[in-house]
Design a protein around this ligand. Structure first.
Ligand SMILES: Cc1cc2nc3c(=O)[nH]c(=O)nc-3n(C[C@H](O)[C@H](O)[C@H](O)COP(=O)(O)O)c2cc1C
Length: 224
């Protein structure tokens, strides 16, 4: 039986979009008789025994699926740290497949594909992982993972993600290639007038509210 290891790189841990995406694929693969294991990265990078546990899990896995948000067009610290640990250990990763599933806050998945996918590809080829394709998801907050919601609880917004996660599962089962894929979660008309203007207005209002709460003077115009 092939083992699939999920590494959850969201600093939010269990209540995150990364976790919601991972949980769906985890259950789907389990039903297909894959052996599955999920680790939360931030719990694995402190103590030596936790790092050893992580390395053992990677050693036993046939597939390593990284679930992570995009942070500053790049990777959160815990993800970088794990990539470093794997690199430094010089493990034998021959025939192990690495597949990142990345979500970002901005609606466009190009935020991910333009910068960070090439970094993950470079990492995979340097350490000896086989590239298993990737899934880049724009507008990840629509899935409301930070409130602990699962994909089946957010109706239409999860539709595209569910479709792709099931394709990933099929590709693992049939040992076929999954392509580098990018999806949006919000239908295209949300990005056009009048919904686009409404969304921008609401977003600005939201950001200002948070800033005000933190004591910022949001309407200050110092240069005038
Ligand atoms: C420190 C930080 C940096 C971020 N940088 C970006 C970014 O560069 N581009 C983007 O589209 N989203 C960015 N985001 C938004 C997250 O990628 C987004 O909220 C994502 O859905 C979080 O996923 P998670 O729940 O799996 O952690 C950033 C969020 C934080 C907290």
């Amino acid at each position: 039986m092939s083992k699939v290891l999920f590494l959850n790189g969201s600093p939010r841990g269990k209540k995150s979009t990364s976790a919601a995406l991972g949980n769906y694929l985890f259950d789907f693969l389990k039903d297909m008789n894959f052996e599955t294991k999920m680790l939360i990265n931030r719990n694995q990078i402190g103590k030596e025994e936790k790092i050893e546990e992580l390395l053992k899990e990677i050693e036993e896995a046939s597939y390593v699926i990284l679930l992570t948000p995009l942070y500053d067009d790049c990777q959160p610290y815990n993800v970088l740290k794990i990539l470093e640990i794997i690199f430094e250990k010089q493990m034998n990763l021959e025939n192990k497949i690495f597949l990142p599933i990345i979500n970002c806050g901005f609606p466009e998945p190009e935020q991910i594909t333009e910068g960070t996918i090439p970094i993950y590809k470079q990492f995979a080829s340097q350490v000896g992982f086989k590239w298993g394709g990737s899934l880049s998801i724009g507008g990840g907050e629509m899935l409301q993972g930070r409130y602990g919601k699962q994909l089946h609880e957010v109706s239409q917004f999860a539709k595209n993600a569910i479709e792709e996660l099931e394709k990933i599962a099929e590709s693992l089962k049939n040992k076929t290639e999954y392509p580098d894929t990018e999806i949006i979660l919000v239908p295209g008309y949300f990005y056009k007038w009048p919904l686009k203007n409404l969304a921008t207005y609401m977003n600005n209002k939201g950001w200002k509210k948070v800033a005000e709460k933190k004591g910022e003077k949001v309407d200050a115009t110092p240069l005038l």
